[in-house]
Design a protein around this ligand. Structure first.
Ligand SMILES: *[C@@H]1O[C@H](CO)[C@@H](O)[C@H](O)[C@H]1NC(C)=O
Ligand SMILES: *[C@@H]1O[C@H](CO)[C@@H](O)[C@H](O)[C@H]1NC(C)=O
Length: 398
């Protein structure tokens, strides 16, 4: 099943990312460091050698840490292969290697890869099978699997902090805004400090030359943001964020890429909707915000934008938009911007009236169903039945 494959790939990403992160943190991530990534020599020679028990020495691949569009396209072509191939298929000898993220990064960003080495050959194959990687169609093609509503909902829960509302363990405090006393978004803007009011006034599509489109993530369909255009935003976002925290280093760069891949896979597996931001002149995707609504709470689940959008107040617009939507929606009492202390936006959240709350489930009520637009999800008879059965068992357990 396609879904289980994604899970395998993405949980393997998370493991690798987590591991890489820990290892590098321990050795200190700051400073220029050695500009290399250690790669197993088994990846060096032909396919048959890879299966031998030959002792393998790590080889140092020099990583070029400039983020060019070409290299990001190569990386995405590789990831498409990881999606398309089945690591459990004994006849597909390459599938296993395509799901190795460090290999993907070394192939797309490595400077000194011998042309006849396996990673270089795998990349050549990936690009050959990708079609015209420089076309607009390739950039915008949705490559995500058709994931059912039930699977999207269960994939969304962890990131929403369900561990805490289901009583399993405490998560970090969440930044919340209760919107019940506001009758319009202007009521909220009036409560903000003068500087914030000015920023909100500047964060307008017509002033910043961007457009915003609401796109629904539909159960049973590919995500509207499973394209290279969106992947590019996630990568630029993560690289920018981690280099702000750790400085310019190869370690931070490689971690940011690995993090971006797993985040991209995460957001495209989940439920909800996205706000897609495009440059109004070029129509290029410059960022997106991913929102999920459940019970009486709407959650700003993810936000990613490219370097250009970062200077055009796109994040501020997305918060404004989310607050406005929550005030206008009778089903919603609270806007949740998620855990604090995880990103550079933390201090901003409090300036915009979002209070960090330790016992946040007491205020952000997530107990009801996921909220959807009418006809948002495909009719999925088996999936709906399983969802109802799960609900019955959950009630019995409670
Ligand atoms: C809403 O208004 C009521 C009445 O003025 C007040 O008691 C309550 O604290 C307000 N709630 C919030 C979240 O501001
Ligand atoms: C938006 O486009 C207008 C007209 O092309 C230009 O004058 C203005 O500087 C642009 N604004 C930004 C923020 O790029």
């Amino acid at each position: 099943m396609l879904w289980s494959r994604i899970l395998v790939i993405s949980s393997c990403c998370l493991l690798r990312v987590g591991y890489a992160f820990l290892a590098r943190r321990q050795h200190g991530i700051k400073g220029p460091g050695a500009p290399t990534l250690q790669i197993d020599t088994r990846f060096w020679s032909s396919q048959d050698r890879a299966d031998e028990e030959a002792p393998s020495e790590p080889i140092a691949v020099t990583i070029d840490t400039t983020l060019s569009d070409d290299k990001m396209r190569s990386l995405f072509a590789w990831i498409r292969c990881a999606f398309d191939r089945n690591p459990y298929d004994p006849n597909d000898v390459y599938a296993y290697y395509y799901s190795n993220i460090e290999l993907a990064i070394a192939s797309a960003f490595g400077n000194n890869l011998p042309k006849d080495s396996m990673p270089a050959k795998l990349m050549e194959m990936a690009i050959k099978s990708a079609g015209d990687v420089n076309s607009k169609e390739w950039e915008e093609a949705l490559i995500g699997d058709a994931i059912s509503r039930r699977e999207r909902e269960s994939a969304s829960l962890g990131a929403m902090g369900a561990a805490q509302w289901s009583g399993r363990f405490m998560t970090r405090p969440h930044s919340l805004l209760d919107v019940r006393n506001f009758t319009s978004v202007d009521d909220w803007v009036k409560t903000l400090p003068r500087g914030c009011k000015r920023t909100i006034k500047k964060a307008l599509p017509e002033l910043q030359n961007f457009t915003v489109t609401n796109k629904l993530i539909r159960g049973g369909k590919a995500s509207p943001h499973s394209s290279y255009a969106h992947f590019r935003c996630v990568v630029e976002h993560e690289v920018r964020l981690l280099s702000n925290i750790y400085g310019q280093s190869t370690g931070a760069f490689v971690n940011a890429l690995a993090e971006a891949i797993s985040r991209y896979m995460g957001t495209t597996c989940m439920a909800g909707n996205i706000k897609e931001y495009r440059d109004s002149e070029s129509n290029k995707v410059i960022g997106f915000a991913h929102e999920v609504s459940k019970g009486r709470t709407v959650r700003g689940q993810w936000f990613y934008c490219d370097d250009d959008a970062a200077t055009r107040y796109v994040w501020f617009h997305s918060v404004y938009d989310l607050v406005k939507q929550a005030i206008d929606d009778d089903r919603i009492d609270v806007v949740d911007l998620g855990p604090s202390g995880t990103d550079a936006f933390e201090y901003l959240k409090s300036k915009y009236g979002f209070e960090a709350v330790v016992d946040w489930p007491a205020i952000a009520d997530y107990r009801g169903e996921f909220n959807y637009e009418e006809d948002q999800n495909e009719e999925e008879i088996m999936d709906d039945m399983m969802r109802m059965m799960q609900e019955v068992f959950r009630r019995k357990d409670a």
